[in-house]
Design a protein around this ligand. Structure first.
Ligand code: P6P
Length: 337
């Protein structure tokens, strides 16, 4: 195999994309490399999790009131360390931390803002189901010094990059900088993320629908009607779909992105604003899916148009194949919904 075997590592691919942006300074590229490093560190820990004492509960409850897993804590620290020591970030926010995460005092402060869910779906870890990291990157809006809430509470339409890592049968990193959606698979033999899915496009109509059916009685009538449509009960309006639901957002989203599908976590009588978080779950995935030709709403309103009011605010979410998201919007906006 010759030296340049056509293997396109993520570093090379990011540089190629950077050349297409005249005003690019290379800082965002460097930040994305640093996220790759964090991904490798987390992936290695998850691979070993079954062998060393890093599985299970950290005997702690996070700011969400959810039981923290040891890997939640590990992943959170890995990303904070990777992002905070670059001189390119002004402020961070994490699902695992209550407020804004400042840059360490002896480190230069940069112009980017990073929000992330360090390990989504972590309750699935002990059963070896796929889990993931989700991140969004913005440019700061304040001028100097430590970043603030104002920098963090920007609408998703202001994202400059977004992506996720999925730790499953293989480790993948999927990201966008607004120039399409591209997927990379970690080759453990060389320790590099290698391009495996260039220019991902989500089919307009999905094969799958993903929703927690056990919540059916908690939904309002419009949502129940839409899901019945996915069951195949409204053949005059929509072709029925297969149900696929892992209960790990990154895994459910990734399958639908590749095969076509729609994921829903609607508001219900338990989660009045839905369960998923706007800043570090819905927004990054909404940026990605729109770049891939799909759509993301709260049922009616485009996710990336929502102006956040708090770091951990939740939102109802319908995301995936464009025509399926539109079907739900139509049902929910009909008079008798
Ligand atoms: P439910 C995992 O806890 C998570 O935050 C997402 O990854 C996933 O989509 C959702 O919750 C699953 O929630 O209520 O269906 O178990």
């Amino acid at each position: 195999m010759d030296a340049d075997s056509g293997v396109r590592t993520i570093e090379r691919f990011i540089l190629e994309r950077e050349k297409e942006v005249p005003e690019a300074t290379g800082e965002l590229s460097t930040l994305l490399y640093d996220m790759c490093l964090a991904a490798k560190v987390i992936a290695a820990a998850i691979r070993r999790a079954g062998l060393v004492d890093i599985l299970g509960s950290a005997d702690n409850v996070n700011v969400q009131g959810e039981e923290q897993q040891k890997l939640d804590v590990f992943a959170n620290e890995a990303i904070k360390n990777a992002m905070g020591h670059t001189g390119r970030v002004a402020v961070m926010a994490s699902e695992e931390d209550e407020g804004p995460i400042p840059i360490p005092p002896d480190w230069p402060i940069g112009r980017y803002v990073v929000v992330f869910d360090p390990l989504d779906g972590s309750s699935n870890i002990d059963s070896n189901s796929s889990v993931g990291t989700i991140f969004s990157i913005y440019s700061r809006v304040t001028q100097d010094g430590q970043g603030t809430l104002e920098d963090l509470l920007q609408p998703g339409s202001k994202q400059v990059a977004a992506g996720y890592m999925m730790y499953g049968s293989s480790t993948m990193l999927v990201y966008t900088t607004g120039q399409g959606v591209h997927g990379f698979t970690l080759d453990p033999t060389i320790g590099e993320f290698v391009l495996s899915h260039e220019a991902i496009k989500i089919p307009a109509v999905g094969k799958y629908y993903s929703v927690n059916e056990s919540n059916f009685a908690r939904w309002d009538r419009g949502v129940q009607t839409a899901v019945r449509g996915f069951h195949g009960d409204l053949p005059e309006r929509i072709v029925g779909k297969n149900s696929r639901y892992i209960g790990s957002f990154v895994a459910d989203f990734h399958r639908n992105l590749i095969n076509g599908g729609v994921f829903m976590y609607p508001a219900d009588t338990k989660y009045a604003n839905g369960k998923l978080r706007l800043l570090y779950e819905a927004n990054p995935m909404a940026f990605l899916v729109e770049q891939a030709g799909g759509a993301a709403t709260d049922g009616v309103t485009r996710i990336v148009d929502i102006v956040p009011e708090s770091l951990h605010q939740r939102t109802p979410l319908v995301i995936g194949s464009r025509d399926d998201v539109e079907f739900v919007r139509t049902i929910l906006t009909e008079d008798d919904a």
